[in-house]
Design a binder for this molecule. Sequence first.
Ligand code: B3K
Ligand code: ZN
Length: 882
Amino acid sequence: MSDRSDTPTAVIRLADYRPPAWAVQHVALEFDLGIDRAEVHATLELVRQADEPIRLNGEGLELLELSIDGRRLGDGEYILAHGVLEVGVEGDRCTLSTRVAVRPAENTAFEGLYLSGSRDKGFLLTQCEAEGFRHITFYPDRPDVLSTFTVTLRADKARFPVLLAGGNPDGAGDLADGRHWARFVDPHPKPSYLFALVAGRLERISQDYTTADGRNVALHIWAEADVIDRCDYAMDSLVRSMRWDEQAYGRNYDLDVFHVVATHDFNMGAMENKGLNIFNAKYLLADPDSSTDDEYRHVEAVVAHEYFHNWSGNRVTCRDWFQLSLKEGLTVFREQSFSADMNSAPLKRIEDVALLRRAQFPEDAGPLSHPVRPSQYTEINNFYTATVYEKGSELVRMIAGHLGHDGFRKGMDLYFERHDGQAATIEDYLKALGDANGVDLSSYLAWYGQAGTPRLSAEGRYDADKRRYRLQLRQRTPASAGQPDKHALPVPVRLSLFNQDGTALPLRLEGEAAAGANERTVVLNSPEQTFVFEDVASAPVPSLLRGFSAPVILECEYAPAELALLLRHDADGFNRWDAGQQLAGLAFDAFRDGAPGGAAVLAWTKAVAGLFGDASIDDALLAELLTPPGEIELVERQPERDPERIRAVRQGLLRALAQTIGSDALKARYQALHAQANAGLTAADQARRQLKRRVLDLLSLADAAGSVPLARQQYESAPSMTDRLAALSTLAVTDPAAADEPLAHFRKRYDGNALALDKWFAAQAQLPGDGALARIQALEDDPAFTLKNPNRVQALIGTFARVNPTGFHRPDGAAYRWLADRLVAIDALNPQVAARVATAFNGWKRLEPARREAAHAVVAELAGRKDLSRDLTDILARVALG
Ligand code: B3K
Ligand code: ZN
């Protein structure tokens, strides 16, 4: 399905951008839909912009008919090669029409028009971003060609009772032979990647909504009958998102109807098609019996994200795919702000930064490193990365911080107003934000063009005689492929200074007349700069980069006692947690170096044990404070990069913490939390469950035998999926034999629930150690396992390869060879999924020698194959560079 033969592997460069030679003023699409075959009749009103032939993209299409201004063209009158249809025409306008056939049921790549589910029960849907529209019809399939769309769908009424496309409804009716039709008109010009249709047997839930500017909108969420009762939370999230965007950004919805559809067969999380969002069921369905608290929050966030795209992405779209972060980084930022408002802002910040460190920092430290605005690609689907999304959001956050709340809002208003209906660039964005505030933001452009995570080093010197504190800040970004020399970037550093009893001092910088607030932001604009603070009575402890004010790695040599002080007193929730993370990092180093009684270990365990007894700390924050950096982040701290050793050291550290708190205190806390177990979804309910999980884990280290009956009992009586799954995971790590029965019970109980089964696969894929690979191989034989479903592949294979370092990085390399075989098989079905899973090999070069050699052999062998998709080949070629 993936056009291996026909599609050239060319490098696309930002520097080569040229505006489209022909604009599409309007497109009318008519579909005759069927499971095996669909016909697409497209009529394009074209207007010349440059003296060039018409060039339309089209891949995997059977061309049935091509005409210009009503005249059918013969074979010699056009060229069709390498996915491009080229026609030379006279004049400045023409109407070009094509009829093509496509084969939905054969489309296992889930790009273009495809079938979700089985032939008899499933439904048809589309996925076009980034370049899927060319798998549906011939079209200038690029984001800077915006057009209004009229879409007519025709299909058998019994098999496809529901027909949907983006835009407002414009009529429907019955046809002969049991068929029916429906038409949709989208008045807002859009690029082809935002086109969507859905056809099949679906149920819906609906709600009326009136926008702040007075439009009545019908909201519909569609899903297959067996899951329609799990869509209410998504509807609630949608309504809250719509209100929030009106209030926070003054953005109103702009069609009379908004559809959201759930599918189990989707390559990513969700898609913001205009007026017809399509969701991976994983991010839309939620119910207390089968969804965890995390999943509820993900549904809320992804529903908001896709909705927010209606302005940041759809009304203002991207000029080319290099500008992807213009919509994605911005929309992630908007989504994060929404979630922070709906839940706890400090906890959201902790979660987001933890994700950045876990996913984006490693990406940016190896061969897959690329700027937030890449300068070239061979396969754009491989650039929907943590860098474009998460780091992109951090860049927006920095700029928002620079402008302040009101200035940022003014800037966003101008951006939306100035570029409404346009395809914009990152430069346009910075210009609009700057113009609205009378400032020049162009220095931030360097952040978009430079790959790698900057290192920010900070060194403080206190001069008691002069009562002065000098803070020297330096920045350095390591070289990366194609970028040997890095420039200095504007790095905003929000900071406070604490005295020894934990009070934040009023700050006066040298040259200022009077002290101001006890927090301020200094901006490092050069490789190195010193900031001098006056009237500092005693040597302070700096709290730097508060709220994670720039996406950098902070290098500051704190003494354990200083971090312990911040961990106790810092009022910035993020920095408080981060002080704990840094202290845990130092404790890890001590443990690793054979000093389990070292100062950092004592400081961390004592400080955290002290917080454990502090009733004023929120349960969810305490849960985070009890958690040291994960095995993947700690890789950076272990020179030999041996995953087994990292796990052993980390577990040792956790055991030391558990012993310091004491098993009696842990048990008492566990029981107190468990006594309040319920299925409630308030922040307090969720926080209790999160803390209970950490406490049970710690207890399993301090008193394994004592924890097993508690975990079993928790599994059996759990009122929520969060409690059930937590008990199962702890049990399976602590006493695998005791987990067999609950695992079998879970499997049976959720037999018909695909999303719950994914959790069952994923929980087992995470179990560490020698037996992991054999366990995965056994799970592949489960009748519910299939390589055809992206969620299932991610649950078992993706989880194992990405979040089970001891299992995947076996010293004998067996898991690497196993994954290579699976990648080839997945690639034959779905290249996008294969490419994503293959990123698990990223970082092989930095493993200890035995694993490095084993991984290298596998990666080199795979990278040398000629029969793989462009998606997978691109990832392998880059990963192989090491
Ligand atoms: N824009 C889509 C992602 C499309 C991925 C294409 N390979 C979802 C999102 O970011 O909202
Ligand atoms: Zn997005």
